[in-house]
Design a protein around this ligand. Structure first.
Ligand code: AMP
Ligand code: GLY
Length: 426
């Protein structure tokens, strides 16, 4: 079958790498793709925001299945537009993607369904938001309601910081996404990324993972899209996986179905593992990046068959198998990220690095110029390794990182420190 994958990141490279290995695959396209995805799929320069162009492409190339990677096209209703013309796809409708598109929507759903999450208030008015702040202890968390590319969250240690964050939202720092503000209780614990496939009725937990959001070693510095990840996540014991499914994921899937907006796709719950158990920090309506990179190298089953089971509504009779090996990925980013950075520096040594045992290098932001690979984004590579233990996967990943010749790039040297029992890898 012919498949069109939407997206351009490391997540999509990992998905493309898995889809390309499926016995069911005919021709695999990716729009717009990147320099690494081009090795496993044909990249097409479609404007993902123009749904009519995507539909025309699907008809012209006889696409049987569209896999939507990022959140923006989901929130923009690409899945709905594909449904309207009968093109099978993986990814939730606009109404179901509200779980990611509006933090207030998700908080209200949690309240309605008694899903464990931080206490909160929801405001579209500055005075009311400040009055609520004044009544709450610090630290406290201030969030722009809508999609803000991971930048709309401030964990305020002081009241002044919290007020500044509220002011920034209402002053338009996040555009329309900040027209409403969610203020919530600060949760303490260890974070985990939890993924479940759902066909709208049943839900199937995937392997566990954790990412590192801060840019600096020791989990310091500003938040990023994710500087590394590993799977499995030791904190997610089988008991906690079952609690997350029973207390968070299944009630959400049931609640969305009852509302007439079933969630079909992959539900990504950002969890805080507190002393009271798992609590929901936020939902995403898509796979995580870079968590997908570690999940895909551990996946033993056919990814395409699993995504089709979701689309066909037959997930209840489906299961996925995983390699016992662990996996770890180190993100290499352009110096300056998550602030301003330059594009276009050349990356050398990728072939050698990719030959390290168990290593797969996924591209997050590169472009190919004849036979050269150039950096073309903030997060640029996800150097991923599989090995019997997290510690060995960590060693392999950094061995590969050290073979990459890219003076304009940097990475954290401690990805997996919690799970590998080893801090900086020098
Ligand atoms: P989000 O974009 O909602 O995932 O938030 C980004 C990061 O902010 C999370 O990964 C957490 O580290 C932190 N965060 C968000 N909400 C809370 C909360 N209620 N308590 C503590 N930390 C939080
Ligand atoms: N790894 C964080 C995210 O995908 O949002």
């Amino acid at each position: 079958m012919n498949v069109l994958l939407i997206g351009a990141g490391g997540r999509e490279h990992a998905l493309a790498w898995s889809l390309a290995a499926s016995p069911l695959i005919g021709k695999l396209y990716c729009a717009p793709g990147n320099g690494g995805i081009a090795e496993v799929a044909e990249c097409v320069a479609l404007d993902v925001g123009r749904h009519t162009d995507i539909i025309a492409f699907c008809h012209a190339k006889r696409i049987d299945f569209v896999v939507i990677g990022p959140e923006a096209p989901l929130v923009a209703g690409l899945a709905d537009d594909l449904s309207a013309v009968g093109i099978k796809h993986f990814g939730p409708s606009r109404a179901a993607a509200q779980l990611e598109g509006s933090k207030g929507f998700t908080k209200d759903l949690c309240r309605e369904l008694s899903i464990p999450t931080a206490a909160y208030g929801r405001f579209s008015d500055r005075a009311a938001a400040l009055a609520y702040l004044a009544s709450q202890p610090v630290p406290i968390v201030v969030k722009a309601d809508g999609l803000a590319a991971g930048k709309g969250v401030v964990v305020a240690m002081t009241r002044e910081e919290a007020v500044a964050a509220v002011d920034a939202c209402f002053a338009g720092a996040f555009g329309a996404a900040g027209a409403e503000v969610v203020i919530e209780e600060f949760l303490e614990g260890e974070e985990a990324s939890f993924f479940a496939l759902s066909d709208g009725r049943s839900a199937l937990a995937l392997a566990t993972a954790q990412d590192h959001k801060r840019v600096g070693d020791g989990d310091t510095g500003p938040n990023t899209g994710g500087m590394g990840a590993y799977s499995p996540a030791p904190v997610m014991t089988p008991d906690l996986v079952e609690r997350a499914m029973a207390e968070i994921i299944r009630p959400t899937i049931d609640g969305m179905a009852r509302r007439g907006t079933p969630f079909k796709g992959v539900l990504y719950a950002g969890l805080m593992i507190t002393t009271e158990g798992p609590k929901l920090i936020e939902y995403n309506a898509r796979f995580g990046d870079p968590e997908t990179q570690v999940l895909m190298v551990r996946l033993k089953s056919d990814l395409l068959a699993a995504l089709l089971a979701v689309a066909d509504g037959v997930l209840a009779s489906f299961d996925v198998r995983w390699h016992d090996d662990a996996a770890l990925t180190v993100v290499m980013a352009t110096k300056g990220y998550p602030g301003a950075y330059q594009r276009g520096s050349e990356i050398r040594g990728l072939t050698q690095a990719g030959e390290v045992e168990g290593v797969e290098i996924f591209h997050s932001g590169t472009r190919r110029e004849s036979d050269r690979i150039l950096a073309d984004g903030g997060r640029v590579l996800a150097v991923t390794a599989r090995a019997p233990t997290i510690g060995e996967a960590q060693a392999r990943a950094y061995r590969a990182v050290d073979l990459i010749d890219w003076p304009e790039g940097f990475c954290r040297r401690d990805i997996g420190w919690r799970a590998a029992g080893k801090g900086r890898v020098s």
